[in-house]
Write a protein of this length. Structure first.
Lengths: 291, 330
């Protein structure tokens, strides 16, 4: 993307260079290397510990069984896994169509004044603290409905997904060569047909990954679910009832004093991490290749 | 994208030309465009909704306390006396601590990745750092509680107390959880933002800048100094972006800060932030005023992060000549 830097062979430091500058040079470059190592180190430690503590709890039962009471061996997060799927599904069902449409709008009518405002608002919305989204949805849905619900959790996640979907969709739709659209128009297709039948299919892989990225990020969110979906020890698939989700269950298990719950928290975190990072990595690779 | 701009303008001409003489009526194209516009209004609606709902929730507290809310030191749900100062201070201190650690290391790493490392290595490590940014907050929190906190309690904090304990900042007991651990995990969480954005900004600078410095006989580090100087506005934007993220971060901080509503000079003491008090007390708030007070905390947090983000993105946009993907990288 950025032009490759011309290969300038550095003149080395000729003997004439004063020793203080020589030392300063070494120190500065060494410092940068050290800084990089220190930035990457936590990632390595985190992944290492997650694998160490999370792997041995990983079994089929973890995905298929219900949580057991403290002290009973085994048990899994089946209800939380299904709950996360439901809540994230609701969020995606709201955010993906709206976000993709908004993204197409920004890519195709990007010069309008409204587009500039929407683009900027999406960027700002992306920076909104997720806990505040939870508070707002609590007021919007939980209070009027009189109870916590999967629906409220889904709406909160939708608000968080929206800017990611909008931004990523705009980016990938813009990558479609203008000649595609021109060809469609030259053949007599109306503009909207050109967009829907030619430009969008060409960007399909990118739009799909954009949606997946948003879904992945949202599936790791905890704060907005604390007082919307709340949590549930039991099996529930009702949209209007409180529902268990993986992040919230990890949070509860991590705070509990019981070691088998803590162990389950690690396994849950590992599952979540794999889900989120694999999807994020896919997105990065996909957009890079399209470029 | 840069190559696409002029050609897409041609597309606009093609689109508009035939309709000029045609009788004016609502075409399918207009309807389609209108539908897209309405969808994009949802983004604006979401922000408005957030503001309106938190404002509505905070109503009773706003009415009762007004601005004094921010200065009050007491948070007593039983007596219904609410002052948010400990939380405001907690948020500011943890965020400042995070930036203090994240900014130098983050910039150093960005310099290494864009100026020093071989392109391949730079790209690989950048990719890893971007992944670091996508790890959910709860996972950091879990790691913080079970790895970072015990390590701090047994190794770092006793040392700090023994050698720097004469400073109020490092007095007290080694709890392992508190302001310092929260700031530390926050630093780990925001450093990818600093590094990714700074790296993009450095890469956007013209090579002639480095070439000129080297040609004048600068050492490599001195040439880097020149580029850093040119990148300064953009880096400032990156730092403010990281600040916005640190201010609103909830889960990892809630798990590590110890949740005390007392203010202390010591970094080793437990504390609270605006986000953590909401996470902790919201579902347990029984009285109307308590809930409203928490909503007011949320409102303040929201407004502050909105301003911080808006400013950061303007700075980054200005510094990169309108390249949105740089700010979006965060």
């Amino acid at each position: 993307m950025s032009p490759a830097r011309p290969e300038v062979s550095l003149p080395g430091l000729r003997p004439g260079v004063h020793w203080t500058r020589r030392v300063a040079n070494r120190v500065a470059i060494g410092g940068c290397v050290l800084a990089t190592a220190l930035v990457v180190l936590p990632l390595a430690l985190l992944v290492y510990r997650l694998l160490e503590s999370g792997l041995h709890g990983l079994s089929l039962g973890f995905f298929l069984h219900m949580p057991k009471p403290v002290g009973e061996a085994g048990g899994g997060m089946a209800n939380a896994i299904v709950g996360t799927l439901i809540v994230v599904g609701i969020g995606a069902a709201i955010a993906v169509p709206v976000g993709v449409a908004a993204g197409i709008y920004l890519a195709e009518y990007g010069r309008e004044r409204l587009a500039g405002i929407v683009r900027y608002t999406a960027d700002v919305l992306a920076g909104a603290p997720s806990i505040v989204v939870g508070v707002a949805v609590f007021g919007l849905l939980v209070v009027p409905m009189g109870r916590f619900s999967a629906l409220a959790g889904g709406v909160a996640l939708a608000v968080l997904m929206l800017p990611t979907v909008v931004r990523a969709t705009e980016e990938v739709v813009r990558l479609v060569p203008a000649s595609y659209r021109q060809a469609a128009l030259a053949l007599g297709a109306p503009s909207w047909i050109a967009t829907l039948r030619v430009v969008l299919p060409a960007a399909r892989a990118g739009v799909t990954t954009a949606a997946l990225l948003a879904v992945a990020r949202a599936s790791g969110e905890t704060a907005p679910l604390l007082f919307t979906a709340l949590g549930n020890r039991f099996w529930s698939t009702h949209v209007d009832q409180p529902i268990a989700t993986m992040p919230v269950m990890i949070f509860d298990y991590a705070r509990s004093p019981y070691s088998d719950w803590n162990a389950q928290a690690w396994t849950g975190a590992l599952t979540l991490l794999v889900l989120v990072t694999v999807l994020s990595a896919l997105m990065r690779v996909a957009t890079r290749r399209i470029r | 994208m840069s190559a696409g701009a002029p050609t897409s303008e041609a597309a606009f001409v093609v689109r508009r030309e035939p309709t000029r003489d045609a009788p004016r009526r609502l075409s399918a194209d207009d309807a389609f465009a209108a539908a897209l516009r309405i969808a994009s209004l949802a983004v604006l609606a979401a922000v408005v909704l957030l503001v309106v709902e938190t404002l509505r929730g905070a109503g009773p507290a706003l009415h009762t306390y007004g601005w004094a809310f921010l200065a009050g030191r007491e948070w007593d749900p039983v007596a219904e006396r609410f002052g948010a100062l400990p939380y405001v201070v907690g948020t500011l201190v943890t965020s400042a601590l995070a930036l203090l650690l994240a900014v130098p290391f983050g910039i150093g790493a960005a310099v290494f990745l864009s100026e020093i490392a071989p392109p391949r290595l730079g790209a690989t490590i950048s990719f890893m750092i971007e992944l670091l940014a996508s790890i959910p907050s709860i996972v950091y929190g879990l790691w913080g509680v079970f790895v970072l906190a015990p390590f701090l309690r047994t190794s770092v904090e006793p040392w700090l107390i023994q050698h720097l304990g004469f400073l109020p900042l490092f007095s007290g007991f080694p709890f392992g959880i508190g302001i310092l651990p929260a700031g530390l995990v926050l630093a780990i969480m925001v450093v990818p933002t600093v590094t990714s954005v700074t790296r993009e900004i450095l890469r956007a600078l013209p090579d002639s800048l480095r070439g000129a410095a080297l040609a004048l006989g600068a050492t490599r580090a001195e040439a880097i100094g020149v580029t850093l100087d040119a990148a300064r506005p953009g880096i400032l934007g990156a730092v403010i972006l990281a600040l916005g993220r640190a201010l609103g971060e909830t889960m990892a901080v809630t798990m590590l800060i110890g949740n005390s509503n007392r203010m202390s000079w010591s970094l080793l003491a437990p504390g609270s932030t605006m986000a953590s008090v909401i996470a902790n007390e919201f579902t347990e708030a029984v009285s109307k005023l308590h809930l409203a007070a928490l909503c007011e905390v949320a409102l303040v947090l929201f407004v502050v992060t909105l301003i911080v983000n808006a400013v950061a993105r303007l700075i980054v946009l200005a510094a990169t000549g309108g390249r949105r993907d740089v700010a979006g990288a965060a």
